[in-house]
Design a protein around this ligand. Structure first.
Ligand SMILES: [Zn+2]
Length: 399
């Protein structure tokens, strides 16, 4: 069955996708639906890679650098259904909004991007690759895998996370770092036989505060920030001296930070407070990790770091994008700004250096809430602007 690349069909596709739940790692059914739609729309080279990302190509008329359109297929948990005004998996249009989990983060924009690409078959200045990824909400394993594998080679990436019609050019990233203190456990009644891991925790917390007072700042993104959020001790008993204490740090990072640079900053801050580790204790700094499994069975133990990125607001490609999109209400070019939240653009631009820009209808304040929705008229406007955006960025890269 073939389908017209119309807005009405795109909206119906978005509603269908909302009706298929898919937490991170459980995107299989959503992926199947996305693949079928790509086929009905006439995309070529449709495939699912071994991480479970779905990829299809809308062939352009020329050889301008390929644009990669990206959304993710996972959504965050919907929580208590009773707290939703409109049921989370209804995909209902009510009062001018499409409602439900994923309406704006990100199944609505996913549908619009896919249809916008299809509407440009034979017309775009270059190929338009549509690649919707897995596990974005858990740090971006899907996007990392897609770019690492080399199965796509875009000149520009367009991320469909909500911008409310603005052009977004970056965001801070996030990392979790752990400081481990190890000692010797013992009975609390004979402290002399043990080495209490808690003895160093005060200095560790102090070092984290020292480091927090000296964070670099970016004119658009603001400063990076870090704070201790958890202390876990083992054994977990009120009358046992623990041999292990782990302090967790939540760190909102600027572009350019990686595992090594973050860990060495923590080590330096600790060693200036504690030049010598007391006998019987040891100290280690590591990235927090998580074992993740894709719906296709790929397993990876990953560091919990989502990179940040920032494009130059005066980059000709960015200016062309803002000009092409225009203002939803009023005259002139779209507003250029960073996002508040992190996206897969941290991988495409922050790590792989591919020029990346964000554009999608939808208001950021509805993301991850039980009021998630997208304004249908704003979605229609965004759908109509997408081809201008794609043409503009491809042309600006072709010169
Ligand atoms: Zn999202």
């Amino acid at each position: 069955m073939s389908k017209d690349a119309s807005f009405e069909n795109a909206l119906a596709f978005a509603a269908d996708l909302i009706r298929i739940p898919g937490l991170p790692g459980e995107e299989g059914e959503v992926a199947g639906r996305v693949k079928a739609e790509m086929d009905a729309l006439g995309l070529e080279d449709i495939r699912v890679d071994n991480a479970g990302n779905v990829i299809g190509v809308a062939r352009g008329r020329g050889d301008a650098p390929a644009a990669l359109l990206n959304c993710h297929m996972d959504v965050v948990a919907e929580g208590d259904h009773d707290e939703w005004e409109v049921p989370p998996f209804s995909g209902e249009v009510r009062d001018g909004f499409l409602h439900g989990r994923g309406a704006m983060d990100i199944k609505g924009p996913l549908a619009l991007q896919t249809y916008a690409a299809a509407s440009m078959i034979g017309e775009a200045p270059g190929d338009v690759v549509v690649a919707h990824t897995v596990l974005e909400e858990r740090g971006g394993l899907g996007m990392k895998h897609l770019l690492e594998s080399g199965s796509v080679a875009p000149g520009v990436v367009i991320i469909g996370e909500a911008t409310h019609g603005d052009v977004c050019i970056g965001h801070r990233g996030r990392a979790e770092v752990e400081v481990l203190v190890a000692g010797l456990a013992g009975h609390a009644s004979v402290p002399g036989r043990a080495h209490n891991a808690l003895d160093l925790v005060g200095d560790v917390l102090g070092s984290i505060r020292d480091l927090a007072e000296n964070q670099p700042s970016d004119p658009l993104l603001g400063a990076s920030s870090l704070i201790a959020t958890m202390i876990d001790v083992l054994p977990e008993s009120r009358n046992v001296i623990p041999d292990s204490a782990v302090v967790t740090i939540d760190w909102r990072i600027l572009p350019g930070s990686d595992d090594e640079s973050l860990m060495s900053l923590v080590r330096e801050a600790i060693s200036s407070r504690v030049p010598e580790i007391p006998d019987g204790l040891s100290l280690d700094v590591r990235m927090a990790t998580e074992r993740q499994r894709t719906y296709t069975g790929l397993v990876e133990e990953r560091s919990l770091l989502t990179p940040g990125f920032m494009m130059d607001a005066n980059d000709p490609m960015i200016l062309a994008a803002a000009e092409a999109v225009g203002r939803r209400q009023g005259e002139g070019a779209a507003t250029i700004r960073p996002w508040q939240f992190a996206t897969d653009g941290g991988w495409s631009c922050g790590v792989y250096g591919i020029p990346t820009v964000g554009f999608a209808p939808g208001e950021e304040r509805f993301a991850h809430t039980n009021r998630e929705r997208i304004d249908v008229e704003e979605a229609r406007w965004g759908f109509e602007r997408y081809p201008y955006l794609i043409s503009a960025v491809q042309q600006s890269l072709a010169v």
